[in-house]
Design a protein around this ligand. Sequence first.
Ligand code: CDP
Length: 776
Amino acid sequence: MGHSVKRKEDARFLHGKGNYVDDVKLPGMLSMVMVRSPYAYAKIKSINKEKALAIPGVLAVITGYDLAEYNLHWMPTLLSDTQMVLPTDTVMHQSQEVCAVIATDRYIAVDGAEAVEVDYEPMQAIVDPFKALDKDAPLLRPDKEGQKDNQIYHWERGDRAKTDDVIAKADVVVKERIYLPRIHVASIETCGCVASYDKDTQKMLVYMTSQAPHAIRTILALVAGHVGLSEEKIRIISPDIGGGFGGKVPVYPGYVVAIAASFLIGKPVKWIEDRSENLVNGFARDYHMDCELAATKDGKIQAFKVKTLADHGYTDSSANPSKYPTGMFSICTGSYDYEHAFAELDAVYTNKAPGGVAYRCSFRVTEAVHAIERMVDKLAAKIDKDPALLRLENFIKKDQFPYASPLGWSYDSGDYEATLHKAMEMIGYDDYKKEQVEKRKQGKLMGIGICTFTEVVGAGPSKDFDILGIAMFDSAEIRVHPTGKVLARFGTKSQGQGHETTYAQIVAEELGIPYDQVEVEEGDTDTAPYGLGTYGSRSTPTGAAAAAMAARKLCDKGKKIAAYLLEVSEEDIEWEVGKYFIKGAPEKCKTIQDIAFAAYTNFPLGMEPGFEATHYYDPPNMTFPNGAYICVVEVEKETGQIDVKRFVAIDDCGNIINPMIVEGQVHGGLTQGIAPAMYEGIEYDDEGNVLNGTLMDYLVPTAVESPHWETGHTITPSPHHPLGAKGVAESPTVGAPPAIANAIIDALAPLGIKHLDIPITPAKVWEAIQAHSKIE
Ligand code: CDP
């Protein structure tokens, strides 16, 4: 723990030996390509397969009607909504899968897809979620029993009456409508699978880009059990994954059709999205948030209220725990100590791709943090108080933890003041404040933005968190072989986070077995213990904890063996990482390797042989990582060009397993934070067409656009985690956008600009500057 050991997995990645789904090639494998809808909302009058089937090599064209024969044309989403696998009569968003072409290779399948003739009758799409709630808006989901309008659900938390009362009486109230648009997950590897059904063994093997292979296996068995796919016959293997970020949690129609096709044809079927397909489908965010923050005239925050309209597209495909339809959005009260808050949300259907996928954040924390952090800055501007000072005066104090938040969380630990002070010192906050005064005198636009966020990561506990009824815990199995070497398997699944290294470090630390003698495996449902997978920074809070607990079980067993071998009672044995010795006689000892050998060769009579342990870890609480980010920008008045001069990120993720990996996670996350802040956002026209569906139009920042990230950390261990660790992977993606937005808006403040929604592009800045007359 705490050592920056090099990543074990990198040898294979750097030598081109990674094994991704598209690397899987099975004998007789067929290729599947989707025909997709050019319309956002249309009736399907007919699908003519003839010309496609006439192409040599095209074996089948599968439509919704073909799947309907097996009742497989609809499937549940992870949040208990329903989603078409393939449509029978209506398409609900542009690029929706209409039918699938199976051919002997991908090129032929693409030709086949182009030859399928679909006759559509376009209808007026509902693109604007506010209009979707109009009384006379057409009902988008008449297929859902009892659905009378386009509202999916209403959710609320907190005390509305008290919050309203405090807001009504407050000295100062700031208000803003904040919009976080849809963005793409844009992982390097797109989604895909290879489904291979063996008619003789009746086993279905699926290689899949899934962040949660066990959950997928269970869902598949529940959905397709009636056609004979029972759970013991299904094996999901998630091999190496090129980035998940939440986009590889849901079940996509492509997976289901490939599995159905392999089941029916009896041959392996590969489906891999191309880049454009990936760009028109997966997405996150799309929250319109009306915020109100109330305070005394000196800036003591008293109450926060937020009313959100969430555009979920045509189905709610959020991967949220079932009791949390809005994910962890109720963390929106932030890092500040006040009593009153109320949050409500209406989720609506529109003619857009299925929505709610969490993009590198623990289920809506990005939206929540953006809301509160923008509002705190607005309050600072309104009462003309330094935003750092305002935060310091309102922070939950170190000795207030565990802290009961107004919307129901119990924050485990933190020292927000220390973290912000560290960030201020590192960037030279006071000097920048002085420089800003000088620059403003010269008419230059310079801004300083702060974000001090609290995350909530690591679901369970299982009593509160489940996905489609499956309780959220996670698991580790440690097998120590007779020669003292280890194979450790986990229910989580790395998509590039370095689990093979950090889990090995934990086992090494706990047992004293050298880290390079610990092999880590994840992602194969036939071999790994059951777990809910990796998303929402949950591997460290759950999988890492399970590793420590399983290792500690082995230590306990090892003590009994040591007592037997050293011929003393168990009470006389002491453990020091790597060896057991007799109290007061450290030279009389047995190493962990001696014990492992004895567990298979010379163990006490009546003891269960072997040296293996499994632990299913059910966390008692979430972990609450936090951070203080400060950004300095300069904006060119004439062009709107934004230059991020400095960005300092101080993270507190409790005890750190591998500082180098954490730094890498933070660098990547910050880049994924600058993306929505300044570049990315999916745009639609009034017909529901995606206007920026290629990487030429949709700007994913590269190293060239990324500033030099300066990182550091403070450490307040989690009191309930066996290693004192908290998750970290998503903190930077959550914290960076408000820090950048706050900095840009601070730069524009002398012009009277008080708010801009992200992405804040040069064009948007330029337009705002033109609209405000104060510019000379
Ligand atoms: O669930 P996911 O792996 O995406 O997120 P995480 O639990 O935040 O872990 C990301 C990576 O950072 C893993 O390799 C962790 O072991 C590592 N990490 C760490 O070394 N120390 C921490 N306190 C948190 C994460």
